[in-house]
Write a protein that binds this ligand. Structure first.
Ligand code: BES
Ligand code: ZN
Ligand code: ZN
Length: 489
């Protein structure tokens, strides 16, 4: 974990690998953003004059010194001041983190404004710390250097807040680790053991794990159906956090935990299966969110519910055309075994409504390829039966830049889920509006509870590199949930 220290002493500091000075870009010319010292004015006037450094967002220029605390000073562009946003701060400092990584730097001094700018500091630290992650478990040799310490130069004290940012970044990295791990390693039993390990000793958290026997006696017929093609038993993991014992508000976060999605008997073709270890990203997001919420000690009541199973293929696999009974009692005809996420979520949602009696439910799931087509890798699909919940999620998303875009629950499309043999079918007749029909299927199991469904199939495991994380798991959902609950307090 990256260490964050504060200092107001500009000259009496310990040397770091680089001192970083932020600049605005004003009419194509760099202008120092926060003046702490005029020490370097003469030195950076030339690169600015030559327009080698214009203060463009994320641009870095290096100056070298014989004397002084550091040998290296980095000029960092924040872009235009009137277009400034917290996301721009994250982007600029994430670019800096990439430069630091390439050069094997371990410590940085960041010049920041002395005035109280809580959100700005948070964005700066997130920008540096979020990309300070690499996943090399399966490399025989690891030689990547990570940043160890950053000094915020110009701030007297920011200890508690810094700890909070560290806790959130840590939870994001925990979520990424779970997703990036081999599907053979991160199986339902492992996710359950991680849930127990992470919350061990936490007095406000209670972890319950239901094994196959318990799941069978609870009659979760859909989770059991999906599990039939796997040689590893399913688990239902319930993590309860009570941060506001006197409050009646209780949010359940449900996360899809398909540890590998082969598609089942409707087997996925080559090119569509290779990334399917990411199909438990919803589970990882809700467990990571709970970890952050508990570490921040937020005064809210939140429970994570994770149905976990592999969607494997075997002689014992569940079959297209057969009907199975859900935990709620509703029966489902299987139109396609690759639409397995909604099946296990249906049992988890119905269980949540019946046993946990929440005031609202938010589910995270890598549910449909259709949402990737509709919204790509930068926008999470949101569907909800509650306008104010949807609004709050969109606002939290624009603050954290884990943006969500609402799609309608078109009631006319419900008839697509009609079955000749059972109460419901798990796929629509046609492929169109696949993200919406999947959500309409889920809605059948929430019984009117205020509910939001986040389809993270595009955002959880992007193929292209993003600014503050390399390609592969993004850890999406954790910062969104922390912001959402902070805004509610
Ligand atoms: N896990 C997939 C969805 C997915 C696609 C996640 C791409 C991440 C990236 C899901 O279980 C699935 O296979 N959905 C099918 C549903 C279809 C059979 C109705 C799909 O989207 O093709
Ligand atoms: Zn599938
Ligand atoms: Zn799936």
């Amino acid at each position: 974990m990256i260490e964050i220290k504060c200092t107001t002493h500009f000259s009496k500091r310990k040397a770091t690998d680089a001192l970083v000075l932020p600049f605005w870009s004003e009419k194509g010319k760099a202008k120092e953003a926060f003046k702490l010292t005029s020490k370097f004015e003469n030195d950076y006037s030339l690169p600015i004059k030559c327009a080698d450094f214009t203060g463009k967002l994320g641009a870095c220029a290096s100056l070298y010194f014989d004397k002084g605390v550091e040998k290296r000073v980095i000029l960092l562009g924040l872009g235009e001041e009137d277009k400034f946003s917290l996301e721009n701060a994250r982007i600029a400092y994430a670019e800096l983190a990439q430069v630091a990584r390439k050069n094997d730097w371990k410590t940085l001094s960041l010049q920041v404004p002395a005035v109280d700018q809580e959100e700005y500091l948070q964005a700066v630290v997130e920008g540096v710390a979020l990309p300070n992650y690499h996943f090399d478990l399966y490399k025989s040799k690891s030689k990547k250097t990570l940043l160890k310490t950053i000094y915020l130069v110009g701030v007297k004290q920011w200890n508690r807040e810094a700890k909070d940012v560290q806790a959130v970044v840590n939870a994001v990295h925990f979520t990424r680790d779970l997703i990036n791990g081999n599907a053979d390693d991160v199986n339902p039993l492992y996710i359950a053991s991680e849930a127990k390990r992470v919350f061990k000793g936490s007095s406000k958290v209670n972890v319950t794990v239901f094994d196959k026997k318990a799941i069978t006696s609870m009659k979760m017929g859909l989770l059991l159906a999906v599990n039939r093609g796997s040689n590893i038993d399913p688990r239902l993991i319930v993590v309860e956090y009570k941060g506001a014992p006197k409050s009646k508000e209780h949010t359940v976060l449900v996360g899809k935990g398909v540890t590998y999605d082969t598609g089942g008997l409707n087997l996925k073709p080559t090119g569509y299966m290779e990334e399917m270890k990411c199909d438990m990203s919803g589970a990882a997001a809700v467990l990571g969110s709970l970890k952050a919420i508990a570490d921040l000690d937020l005064p809210v009541n939140v429970t994570a519910v994770v149905p976990a199973t592999e969607n494997g293929i075997d002689a014992t696999s569940f079959k297209p055309g057969d009907c199975y009974k859900s935990y709620s009692g509703k029966t489902v005809e299987i139109g396609n075994t690759d639409a397995e996420g909604r099946l296990i979520l249906a049992d988890a949602l119905a269980y949540s409504v019946k046993k946990l009696k929440p005031t609202q439910i938010i589910d995270f799931a890598t549910l449909t390829g259709a949402v990737v087509v509709a919204l790509g890798e930068d926008m999470t699909g949101l569907m909800s039966n509650d306008d104010s919940l949807a609004q709050d999620l969109m606002e939290a998303g624009s603050k954290t830049y884990e943006r969500v875009w609402r799609l309608p629950l078109v009631k006319e499309y419900k008839k697509q889920l009609k079955s000749k043999f059972a109460d419901l079918k798990n796929i629509g007749e046609k492929r169109e509006a696949g993200t919406i029909t999947a959500a309409l299927f889920l809605q059948e199991f929430v019984e009117g509870t205020p509910w939001a469904h986040l389809d993270i199939a595009g955002t959880a495991y992007p193929g292209k590199s993003k600014i503050y994380h390399n390609s592969s798991a993004s850890g999406i959902g954790v910062r969104l949930m922390v912001q959402y609950f902070k805004d509610k307090i």
